[in-house]
Design a protein around this ligand. Structure first.
Ligand SMILES: Cc1cc2nc3c(=O)[nH]c(=O)nc-3n(C[C@H](O)[C@H](O)[C@H](O)COP(=O)(O)OP(=O)(O)OC[C@H]3O[C@@H](n4cnc5c(N)ncnc54)[C@H](O)[C@@H]3O)c2cc1C
Length: 296
């Protein structure tokens, strides 16, 4: 009997993770579980933990570089967790982890909820955005999260208040798979929120490469500095290794021009790190999550 006995209806086997990431790079997952509700998400995680199987949680794959060899153990996807409900107070919105961040920002603006409109256009899921504390134009998602529901190793769903979470630059101290998020947004005229959202989208389109596979900014900005500016001033824009290139549009984007492998991206990343260290004495750190990683 396999460790996922009872969960066979949500199992997919030997799945190319390149199809599930925006980089379009990476090897296979031997076992991919795609739960369709929060309870089976919790059960899947608990079953894997009980069996000692390494786990990776996959949102929409917009901030991941998967190794060419794939990942061991199991990948649990949140893409089936998409419900959204409004509490009786008319203020708190509960969104499941696999819901689209872009779609949620759009829905909020149209419904006259303000607070996250400057995050318009960030790809990925709500769960991924919470764990990464995704942000843009000086705002980040953590500013508007009132609580997070996460799963313990025993499969319990636990509510943690947003105030108790450390919301740092592109990281948090949430240490379990996020199943759902409670958002507290303020009310405003839909037209005003939509205007601010349109401005944020315009700023994004003018700065980032559009329509070319990537995982967004590859490196974290060092304190008080822009990684993109350092990479640009080190003369690296346009440099390639195999199918991986430094975007000519935004130097902190490594893009897949076609046929890039994870090995190409890692080699290019190492070149960038070395050159920036030599030129400016600054150590760049990855923003993109490299899989396999320390497992969830
Ligand atoms: C073109 C482009 C532009 C981008 N612009 C921005 C930007 O402006 N600002 C910004 O902050 N980011 C940006 N990103 C990066 C990315 O979109 C965000 O980090 C996003 O929030 C990741 O969400 P995801 O669902 O795709 O997560 P994934 O890529 O699937 O996962 C990222 C990490 O989060 C973990 N994770 C995902 N879901 C869960 C969960 N439910 N529970 C526990 N762990 C989980 C994964 O295990 C992994 O470690 C951009 C990416 C692209 C491709």
């Amino acid at each position: 009997m396999s460790w996922y006995s009872g969960l066979e209806n949500i199992v997919e086997r030997d799945i190319a993770l390149s199809r599930l990431t925006t980089f379009r790079i990476g090897g296979h997952a031997g076992v991919l579980l795609v739960p369709e509700d929060v309870e089976s998400f919790a059960a899947a995680y608990a079953a894997a933990k009980k069996a000692g199987v390494p786990v990776h949680i996959l949102g929409w794959g917009s901030n991941i570089l998967v190794a060419d060899e794939g990942v061991p153990g199991v990948v649990i996807s949140t893409r089936g967790l998409i419900n959204r409900t409004l509490a009786d107070d008319g203020q708190t919105i509960r969104v499941e982890a696999g819901a689209s961040m872009r779609e949620f920002v759009r829905w909020s603006a149209r419904a006259g909820y303000s607070g996250i409109e400057s995050l318009a256009g960030i790809p990925g899921s709500i769960g991924g955005a919470v764990v990464m504390n995704a942000g843009a134009l000086g705002a980040c998602l953590g500013d508007s999260v009132s609580a997070v529901w996460y799963v313990t190793e025993g499969g319990e769903l636990v509510r943690r208040s947003g105030e108790d979470i450390s919301w740092d630059y592109r990281e948090t101290d949430i240490d379990g798979p996020v199943a759902a998020v409670e958002m507290e947004l303020t009310r405003d005229e839909p037209d005003c929120v939509l205007d601010r959202m349109a401005d944020a989208l315009m700023a994004r389109r003018s700065q980032q490469p559009v329509g070319i596979p990537s995982a967004g900014c590859f490196f974290r900005n060092p304190p008080g500095e822009s990684a993109g500016r350092l990479i640009d001033e080190a003369g690296l824009k346009g440099m390639s290794v195999g199918g991986a290139s430094i975007s000519a549009r935004h130097a902190n984007f490594i893009v897949n021009q076609g046929g890039a492998t994870a090995a190409h991206v890692c080699e290019l990343g190492d070149i960038v790190r070395d050159r920036v260290r030599d030129c400016f004495g600054v150590e760049l750190k990855n923003e993109v999550c490299v899989w396999p990683s320390a497992v969830a």
